[in-house]
Structure formats: structure tokens, C-alpha cells
Design a protein around this ligand. Structure first.
Ligand code: GDP
Length: 365
């Protein structure tokens, strides 16, 4: 699972990315400073792993992970090739969801490419580039399908969808907000892999003072919230600069720092969790003396599919899953105690795995 961090230059993308990955990629007051997409694998915070790890005396703890890509340098005209625009756009095409960073902080030392702080204008600038790029894809498809529409029913249906979809984008709206008429249309739309069909989280980058009340008193943040609500997207408030400082601290220092700010978790932890949710992801857990580990699955995955995340043999030879809920297991204090209480269930092929299930798979090799 891959998330792309996008936004205009100088809004704090690299700062956010750096704190996410602690990779230390260049962050400077200079547009285009991060031309190559930077990729970082970021662990998904999950307190349950430490608890289970202790319970099983595991040698190793392996959290779930998601990939973040810092997609720098989107500017006005990107879809026409400005500022390496096409390259950036194709990087976005490869991600599953978008974190759109918007600048809601004032700082006269940091140049804004359009001269002033106006997150709604910035959102529109970026979204328009994404829309233009999608429009090109639709036009190409319209050219292809149009020819066949007279003699092929499916093509005629698609041509009709394309026409409506294009009109929707021409209003400056994102494809994700388009209401398809049936599942067939939805499948076709999905197949285009449009940039504006990807789910978006807006990250409102604020100054430190705005962090404590979650940006409630920042009128720009309020506008972003209103906008996102209409679009059906999520917003969350972050101070990239603070996150970068937090990322340098060790666990204890971090806790103290956050307490001083009146926060229970860092903005990044919130962001990672929100992204996970946005993508419809959950984690099931495996535990043993060797390792305790979280595995990422899409909500609704059945037991054999979940087993396949560990190894394809587990899926192919799946017999059953022995499942205990994390909380039940921890309350009982051990797997055997949970078993004695009848809390370990034996589940078959049709079982839909839940977040926090601790699972032992039985399979044939
Ligand atoms: P990018 O071009 O979007 O990747 O922006 P950068 O992350 O390189 O940030 C541009 C400049 O803004 C850098 O000098 C950062 O230190 C600064 N910056 C980033 N986030 C914040 C923030 O939350 N507050 C303030 N005051 N400055 C920030």
C-alpha cells in the first residue's frame, strides 16, 4: 500500500515526509528541492504488538508498514509539462491514496509560490492539474471507444459514461465524487486509474500554536474542513515542523514533549492511522516466541486470503484458522488460558478476519 504526499512547493511536504521516515531527505526553502520521488517505508503504530510480544516473550516484533512517497514539485501547468510535471503526475498514478499537504501557516521567511497563504486556492491549483491529466486519459479513451460505439453495446455504454464523466471533471470536480449508475460503470471507472479517483486526506500544515486546539481557531483550516466535507475527504491538522522535531526524539522524550503540548499521540501517528483507515485496511496478528507480527489486509478478507499474506502455501493448503480476539487473549493472560475459557475459535474458509484477531493457521503442505 502506497500513499503519495502531494502539494505545492514550500508547503511542508518534505518536512512531513522526513519526519515520517526520518530519512533526512533534503528540506530547504527552495522550490524543486526534492525532484526525485522519495520513498519511505513507515511502520504502522500498534501498541498491541508490544503487549503480545511480552506475553509470548517474542524475539522480534514486526509491525505492519505502509509506503509513503514524497511527490515534490507539482506546480501550476504540471499537466502541460511545466516543472517536470508529467513525471510527478505519473508518480501519483502509482499510489493507492493521496495525502495532500496544504499550507495554513504564516511565515514571512518561507516563500509561497503564489505569494500568499490561501489553502483553498492551493487545493484548487493542484486538483486542476490532476483533473487536466485525467481529462487527457478520458479523451484518449473517448477516441478509442467512440469508433466502436455504433456496433458494440459495451462500447456504447462506456462512451456514454465517458461523456458524463468528462462533464463532471469539467466542472472542476474529482472523479471520486462521481456517482456511477451501476457496478459495471464503477468497474470501468476504476480501470482508468484516474488521479482524481484516489482517496484524499488533506493535511493542513499549521503553526505550533494551532496544534493544541486542532486548528479550530485558524480560519484557513476551517475553510479546508468545509471544502473537504463537501468533497467527502478527510482533513487533519499537523505541524510538520514540530513533527520533524519529535521524530528526532527517543520514545521517553517524545512522550514528555507530547504531554507538554497536551497531545496523546504525534500527528504522524494520527496520519498513519487515518491513512490505514482511508484505505480500508486492518491488521491481524500472529504471535509466538520467534516473532510477534501485524499483517495488513483489506477489510472483508476471508481467512485463506489472510493466510496468503504470510505465505501462498498457507492459502493453498488452508485447513482452518484458530482465532482469538486480542483483548480476550490479553485478559486471559495466555493462549492456553483463553483456550480453556473457550475463547479460541476454530474458523473455516468463509471466516472474515477481524482487526485484532490473533491467528494460528492450520494448513497442509
Ligand atoms: P516542500 O517544498 O513542500 O517539500 O516544503 P518543505 O518541507 O521543504 O518546507 C519548506 C520550508 O517550510 C522549510 O524551510 C521548512 O522548514 C518550512 N516549514 C515546513 N513546515 C513548517 C511548519 O509547520 N511551520 C513553519 N513555520 N515552517 C515550516
Amino acid at each position: 500500500m502506497k500513499l503519495g504526499i502531494v502539494g505545492l512547493p514550500n508547503v511542508g511536504k518534505s518536512t512531513l515526509f522526513n519526519s515520517l521516515t526520518k530519512a533526512g531527505a533534503e528540506s530547504a526553502n527552495y522550490p524543486f528541492c526534492t525532484i526525485d520521488p522519495n520513498i519511505g517505508i513507515v511502520p504502522v503504530p500498534d501498541e498491541r504488538l508490544q503487549v503480545l510480544g511480552k506475553l509470548y516473550d517474542s524475539e522480534k516484533i514486526v509491525p505492519a508498514a505502509i509506503e509513503f512517497v514524497d511527490i515534490a514539485g507539482l506546480v501550476k501547468g504540471a499537466s502541460k509539462g511545466e516543472g517536470l510535471g508529467n513525471q510527478f503526475l505519473s508518480n501519483i498514478r502509482e499510489v493507492d491514496a493521496i495525502v495532500h499537504v496544504v499550507r495554513c501557516f504564516e511565515d514571512s521567511n518561507i516563500i509561497h509560490v503564489d505569494g500568499s497563504i490561501d489553502p483553498l486556492r492551493d487545493i484548487e491549483t493542484i486538483n486542476l492539474e490532476l483533473i487536466f491529466s485525467d481529462m487527457e486519459i478520458l479523451d484518449r479513451r473517448i477516441g478509442k471507444v467512440g469508433k466502436g460505439a455504433a456496433r458494440d453495446k459495451d462500447m456504447a455504454k462506456e462512451a456514454d459514461l465517458l461523456k458524463r464523466l468528462k462533464a463532471h471533471l469539467e466542472e472542476g470536480k474529482l472523479a471520486i465524487g462521481y456517482e456511477t449508475e451501476d457496478d459495471d460503470e464503477e468497474a470501468i471507472l476504476k480501470g482508468y486509474n484516474l488521479l482524481t479517483y484516489k482517496p484524499v486526506i488533506y493535511a493542513a500544515n499549521v503553526k505550533e500554536d494551532d496544534l493544541m486546539d486542532d486548528g479550530v481557531n485558524n480560519s484557513e483550516v476551517a475553510k479546508v474542513r468545509e471544502f473537504a466535507k463537501n468533497e467527502g475527504s478527510e482533513v487533519f491538522v499537523i505541524c510538520a515542523q514540530i513533527e520533524q522535531e519529535i521524530a528526532e526524539l527517543d520514545e521517553d522524550e517524545k512522550k514528555m514533549f507530547l504531554e507538554d503540548l497536551g497531545l496523546s499521540e504525534s500527528g504522524l501517528e494520527k496520519l498513519i492511522r487515518a491513512s490505514y483507515k482511508l484505505l480500508g485496511l486492518i491488521s491481524y496478528l500472529t504471535a509466538g516466541p520467534q516473532e510477534t507480527r501485524a499483517w495488513t489486509i483489506t477489510k472483508g478478507t476471508k481467512a485463506p486470503g489472510a493466510a496468503g499474506k504470510i505465505h501462498t502455501d498457507f492459502e493453498r493448503g488452508f485447513i482452518r484458522a484458530e482465532v482469538v480476539n486480542y483483548e480476550n487473549l490479553v485478559e486471559c493472560g495466555s493462549y492456553n488460558a483463553a483456550k480453556d475459557k473457550g475463547l479460541v475459535r476454530s474458523e473455516g474458509k468463509e471466516y472474515i478476519v477481524q482487526d485484532g484477531d490473533v491467528i494460528l493457521f492450520r494448513f497442509n503442505v
